[in-house]
Design a protein around this ligand. Sequence first.
Ligand code: AQP
Length: 325
Amino acid sequence: MTPRVFSGIQPTGELTLGTYLGALQRFVRDQTTTRSVFCVVDLHAITVPQDPGQLAQRTLDTAALYLACGIDPATSTLFVQSHVPEHSQLAWLLECTVSFGELSRMTQFKEKSDRQQFVSAGLFTYPALMAADILLYDTDRVPVGDDQRQHLELTRDVAERFNHRHGDTFVVPTADISAVGARVMDLQDPTRKMSKSVDSPQGTVLMLDEPAVIVRKFKRAVTDNDGEVRFDPATKPGVSNLLSILAAATDTTPEALEGQYQQYGPLKADTAEAVVARLAPIQARYREWTADPTALRALLVQGAEQAHAVASATLARAQQSLGLG
Ligand code: AQP
């Protein structure tokens, strides 16, 4: 049977090279051999305060980026999470399945709540909503970056617990985390993940950065003083990050690349060039999609209808298993 794939991206800011290499690039490759469902997860975005106008615009922009990267609406389903109410409905059922202790152990909650003055209950229960997103589509495989590993394990635990308590209801998914590009690090602080909502303008490469800006950011990337090009994330995080990025952008491995460089300068220059080559055509297609918001919205309405057809059947199954309705 064709494997079913689901993944989502939050419209919380301008998407980074990390989201491209860790997620989007892989979604596009997967879609020809799988039944893929992709989502702009705007309900996740509101776990932290958002400006409503900006959120609406970023939601459309994120959808445009999916398409610009090559997601084909003729073969994949692309929609906005809040357009399909079953996500919130199933999330509640799963909040009643997951425990307070399990949610308390989520490292992403600890990191994100650390940075906020106001910590919403939604930020805490976020993994239950993420589990609902995945389980609604009978997902076999979830392509994500390494930072989502713990949430995926929780999704599996919740699905297994629900099935055990109430009878077979959900497909238990597996995380699909690539060997290369699963954790792109900040160029200025290579011990921290490159992130769209962390304030590090020089350390974060945005998917829509101009080529000259990308080249400058790589030129200034933090390395170290020993001058040796070697892949060793523990002791050489900056150089290893450059090798990982170059490998992910040229479909090879960091180990295969390390012997080809004797100095940091050429490594930085080649990495920038490879990233620009990957992103330039995406940026051109992005401009085409954003020039026609009516077509984009129509496509998302169609995607939501397709998603609803599958999600409503799964939700009905879960409600029946629980004795609801
Ligand atoms: N630096 C990264 N390296 C590899 N993969 C990454 N992903 C994100 N950053 C990196 C993967 O991209 C997908 C979408 O992530 P998201 O935008 O929904 O949320 P996130 O993981 O929380 O990404 P950010 O950029 O860090 O956003 P904020 O700052 O809003 O939290 C996921 O599969 C993720 O693993």
